[in-house]
Design a protein around this ligand. Structure first.
Ligand code: MN
Ligand code: MN
Length: 306
């Protein structure tokens, strides 16, 4: 039996990177032959965390050639997973997203909970298996919870996430309010990204009632600063729409200080955005007041109106 690969979704965010590393540690403790890998490049927030804990990033893989078994963390939808995922055996999934486009031919361990972060579920799995959590592993899980819940401010955050992060911060010796803010701020430095890179840092494809779309999101401390590059961003969006034959490109610029998102929407299906959020797009853009979570505040309302 070859080594089982563990990975999060494409365009990996902090939770996808750290959860693959953490799951690999947990599975190794359980006696399984596994390796954490990643399906793409990660952003500066994740780099900040890896630097802080002096940990190497998971190995980048291009495809699943020669791979027999995998475990998925922080996602389940095949169109967000590795190319060729339908041809390998999925042994386990640990996730906190909706289930869609997911099918297997064999039984598997499927662990899904409606909490704010995969890290929170992994924390519980350590406790259930009576496995001690090393300080660094605890730090990775705490970081992921801070990232996914925007330091507990996102509506996706549950009491379980806060409890897990608090316990993990204690183990890791982290002062969460200080470290967490520094970490989130590291992720908002977008200065040296091209427009194309901005659109791919955290992008996910969706198919909603026949409408193919890309919903991308970036975190910022200043929406106007990003909007200065609107023309350049729109040109890059238009190119991607043509290349991928998308009906809609939804780009959310999320202000993590004031908890709002500015959307730039392009494509033939932008009416869906206006209907879903009851807003009018002016010059392809609108402010979505109080919206910070793609998973809880964007995807469901778009799906319900598609
Ligand atoms: Mn994620
Ligand atoms: Mn996550």
């Amino acid at each position: 039996m070859s080594t089982t690969l563990i990975f999060g979704h494409k365009n990996p965010d902090t939770d996808s990177i750290t959860s693959s590393l953490v799951m690999a540690h947990l599975q190794t403790q359980l006696g399984n032959d596994v390796e954490a890998v990643r399906l793409g490049n990660f952003g500066k927030e994740t780099q900040f965390i890896l630097n802080h804990f002096n940990i190497e990033a998971p190995r980048l893989i291009e495809n699943l050639d020669g791979v027999e078994t995998v475990m998925l963390v922080d996602h389940n939808e095949f169109n967000q997973s590795a190319d060729g995922i339908e041809n390998v055996r999925i042994l386990a999934v640990v996730d906190h997203h909706r289930m869609a486009n997911f099918q297997t031919s064999e039984p598997l361990l499927y662990r899904a909970e409606p909490v704010g972060c995969t890290g929170t579920i992994l924390y519980k799995m350590y406790n259930e298996n009576n496995i001690e959590i090393p300080a660094t592993i605890a730090g990775l899980m705490a970081s992921a919870i801070v990232s996914d819940t925007l330091l507990f401010k996102s509506p996706t955050c549950t009491p379980q996430d806060i409890a897990a992060a608090t316990a993990l911060a204690e183990i890791a010796g982290l002062e969460l309010e200080v470290y967490g803010l520094e970490m989130l701020k590291a992720g908002t430095d977008l200065s040296d990204y091209s427009a194309e890179q901005l659109l791919s840092i955290d992008a996910k494809p969706f198919d909603m009632n026949g409408i193919t779309m890309e919903i991308a999101q970036i975190n910022t401390a200043s929406i106007p600063e990003v909007m200065e590059r609107k023309a350049e961003i729109e040109a890059a969006m238009a190119t991607i729409i043509t290349e991928r034959g998308l009906g809609l490109f939804f780009f959310a610029i999320t202000d993590i200080i004031n908890s709002n998102s500015q959307v730039i929407a392009l494509g033939s299906e932008t009416a869906l955005v206006e209907k879903a959020f009851n807003v009018q797009l002016v010059d392809n853009t609108a402010l979505l007041s109080g919206v910070v979570s793609r998973k809880k505040q964007i995807v469901p309302v778009m799906q319900n109106n598609a």
